[in-house]
Design a protein around this ligand. Structure first.
Ligand code: SF4
Ligand code: SF4
Length: 410
């Protein structure tokens, strides 16, 4: 610190310089939060847990999630950063009969955002260390203990929307968030005023009612969470998944603040249309190696190929496209994973018709997994009921329509 300058003045100036340097650091927005414990958040998390609304992917220690001093020796500030990502797919390939496609959430377009944020935080740390060699810093991205959204909110990056996303006035909610705890007493920013007002579009549009209140998410009911699980999925949820292969953007797409916003300036985050809106059938037989080659660099790959393949099977059922019977037959009769076989049975039941029924009959005679067998029997029962005119007939309109489970996905 230059002689004769007060600490406050020095860090104020450093922060001003840092804000000027954001474009060269590849950071779209930066704010500073004080490192006090997030006490109100802790109460909310305790209630959330008691109500069984956690996803199970979170850091289990609520103290660590809400008290920066448990993660870092004498923290002085938390720097929050945001990087804007695209929301529109240019030259999107068409999903057509015989060539149906699924969709990945925007959060999985381009390179895995964890890598991109880590790169920006590393650049930021380097920039700070050049000016303050005694810097101590601990960076976190999504999988860290702190709640990114709570830090971003306190640091004035954006307000916490009723859809549970942080909404920035400049970039909408199409932003990735990361943070860095430091020993630098940088002056904190003020939170942004909540601008949701009386709007409830996100809550109304959620296909599963997972937004149980303003800013309150029941992760167990959230399609985005369910698409990332590995096992069997309930009938209700499979219908709601539509053609989503990973994640769900509905509550962000409908948000009026996001209208018309699309960010194309971060090169690593730009999507390959064929990868983010892929043909469903080739996904069914994709081996580990091919999957890693195609999706290894995407955030959607973190749970491996199984959830995405299961979701591709579900999407084919929701499209009710008879051309999918043959590839689903192969899954039902040959895939070694019971979840995929059971799900293929469900999809064949959705598609219906004599050919699908014959495949299900064939599978019923040889299935050894209890749950997969139950799903085969259920699908057969549904088809028999439909054949006798009781329920569940597949209309021409159903066959034509893109099933997106109550919300636009692409
Ligand atoms: S709209 Fe989709 S992502 Fe948003 S809360 Fe509902 S299910 Fe989850
Ligand atoms: S849709 Fe409306 S209520 Fe929901 S986050 Fe956006 S502005 Fe807020």
């Amino acid at each position: 610190m230059p002689e004769g300058q007060t600490t406050d003045r020095y860090y104020q100036q450093l922060k001003e310089e840092l804000l000027q340097a954001l474009p060269e650091l590849g950071i779209d927005k930066l704010g500073v939060a004080s490192p006090e414990p997030f006490t109100a958040l802790k109460e909310r998390l305790i209630r959330h847990r008691a109500l069984g609304r956690e996803s199970g992917f979170e850091e289990p220690d609520l103290d660590k999630r809400t008290d920066p001093s448990l993660l870092f020796d004498r923290p002085q500030s938390i720097i929050a950063i945001a990087i804007a990502y695209p929301s529109k797919l240019q030259d999107a390939p068409k999903s057509e009969p015989g060539a149906r496609r699924g969709i990945l959430s925007r959060s999985a377009w381009g390179m895995d955002y964890h890598h991109v944020l880590r790169d920006r935080l590393a650049r930021l740390e380097w920039w700070l260390r050049e000016r303050v060699p005694e810097l101590r810093a601990e960076s976190m991205v999504d999988t860290g203990e702190l709640v990114d959204r709570a830090v971003a909110e306190r640091a004035g990056i954006g307000w916490s929307g009723k859809n549970c996303a942080v909404i920035t006035p400049e970039f909408g909610s199409w932003v990735y968030l990361g943070e860095m705890i430091t020993n630098l007493p940088l002056p904190p920013d003020k939170p942004v005023t909540d601008q949701c007002g009386t709007c409830t579009k996100c809550i109304d549009a959620c296909p599963t009612g997972a937004l149980v209140g303003p800013g309150e998410l029941d992760a167990q009911r959230c399609v985005s969470f369910v698409t990332q699980t590995k096992g069997f999925v309930s009938d209700e949820m499979m219908r709601k998944i539509g053609n989503r292969l990973y994640g769900c953007d509905t509550c962000q797409i409908v948000c009026p603040v996001n209208k018309g916003l699309n960010w194309t300036h971060q090169p690593e985050l730009q999507p390959d249309p064929e990868k983010v809106k892929p043909l469903l059938v080739p996904l069914l037989t994709m081996g580990n190696r091919a999957f890693k080659e195609a999706y290894g660099s995407s955030a959607s790959a973190w749970r491996g190929r199984k959830p995405i393949q299961r979701n591709a099977v579900i999407a084919l059922g929701n499209f009710k496209d008879p051309s999918a019977v043959e590839p689903l037959r192969d899954v039902l009769l040959q895939d070694p994973r019971p979840e995929l076989r059971g799900t293929a049975a469900w999809s064949l039941g959705r598609i219906g018709g004599q050919k699908a029924a014959a495949v299900l009959e064939e599978a019923a005679g040889r299935e050894s997994d209890e749950q997969a067998l139950a799903m085969i029997r259920e699908a057969l029962a549904g088809l028999r009921a439909a054949a006798s005119g009781q329920a569940g007939e597949v209309s021409d309109q159903d066959r034509e329509g893109v099933q997106t489970g109550g919300g636009r996905t692409d």
